[in-house]
Design a protein around this ligand. Sequence first.
Ligand SMILES: Cc1cc2nc3c(=O)[nH]c(=O)nc-3n(C[C@H](O)[C@H](O)[C@H](O)COP(=O)(O)OP(=O)(O)OC[C@H]3O[C@@H](n4cnc5c(N)ncnc54)[C@H](O)[C@@H]3O)c2cc1C
Length: 413
Amino acid sequence: MHVVGAGLAGLSAALRLAAAGRRVAAWEAAGHAGGRCRSFFDARLGRQIDNGNHLVLSGNRSVRDYLSLAGAPGALTPAPEAAFPFADLESGARYTVRLNRGPVPWWIALPSRRVPGTGLRDYLGALALLRAGPESTVAEAVRGRGPLWRGFWEPLTLAAINTTPERASAQLLARVLVETFGKGADASRPMFAPHGLGPALVEPALARLSALGVEVGFNRTLRAIAREGGRATRLAFSDGDEALGPADRVVLALPPSRLKPILPELDLPNDACAILNAHFVVDDPGLATAAPLTGVLGATTQWIFVRGDVVSLTVSAADALGLVEADREALTARLWAETRAALGLRATDHTAARIIIEKRATFDQSPQAVAKRAKARTSLENLFLAGDATDTDLPATIEGAIRSGETAAALAG
Ligand SMILES: Cc1cc2nc3c(=O)[nH]c(=O)nc-3n(C[C@H](O)[C@H](O)[C@H](O)COP(=O)(O)OP(=O)(O)OC[C@H]3O[C@@H](n4cnc5c(N)ncnc54)[C@H](O)[C@@H]3O)c2cc1C
């Protein structure tokens, strides 16, 4: 059994297969695992940081199962409640959306728990989203453009789908609601990685794989697959080939832009949707009591994560918002000013700053692109696909990537 690509989808597939007693060989083009979800030491900041903030919710069942399989069920720490503090930099308002436990969402009836300026009827927009067809965008499915749009639907769509609501698939957002917010607070608590994404999600999986006898072969790029009689017969890597025996099966866990040269017959979604993260090292005692996660409205900044003295903020759909080509110095100054205002920091400046733009953070999650997602089964009987852009019904997220690995492993194993 070969697994190619050691992002979360590949690690998930490899773990499932190895835990089921299969002999697995795993291959990865980079010198490290984790793909788009990784930690590294940044010399300018003098800190280990993540390539980007990742929001995971307690209802992400595949993440939970994956961590249990990796022997690290407690690697992510849930927030004590499903509470989402917001700072509106335009109006100066601050409020916290606080879900209740259980499937009956009585929090929407309480002004103290819901978005200010909204009424019970506004939340019925969720029903329209649940009924939306495959061709609808979030903006088409949800009608109102009042405070609930600005204070809930828009930030939720950007965070979950990395696509503006005018483009984002309504059905993808509906899946997120069904699996998390729709189940109440227990499925909607943000999960934090206290030491970063690598230590929480990647290192435990590598350690478990190693214990199961699987060592990932790094710096091996798959270039092509030879086929014969409806089967894959040989994997051509940058440094040599792996012949496939009659019982060998292969899981390719690669993003569309990397899969396309290998399987050119596939019509895949474009995966060039960017996410911008800015990381600031800040010396301010106020950080000790700051919320670990704050939503920001009326600003370029969308979400702020605080971990120790590192404040990291996220701007999803950064290409659609015109930030990829923006002047970095001016952008850093603007994002820092917003961060100070949102968190009420006293520090007038940061100690160090780093902006990271992941140009290929996710695929374009419009209804048209969603329709092009590849299935896990291919036309070759021993070749299976995984990855967040495959047809999982979920957005391109950690949960989606891990679930795609489960599906591919179930088919291949
Ligand atoms: C900045 C940023 C913020 C994000 N925020 C969130 C969030 O808040 N919540 C959330 O759930 N998700 C978020 N995501 C998305 C999440 O990171 C991805 O959905 C997930 O990591 C994708 O995993 P994957 O295994 O499908 O793909 P990848 O992580 O891309 O893994 C593919 C692997 O295959 C390797 N590879 C590529 N080509 C070859 C080849 N030819 N041969 C061998 N190996 C190859 C790559 O090096 C890579 O390691 C974010 C992503 C980014 C970049």
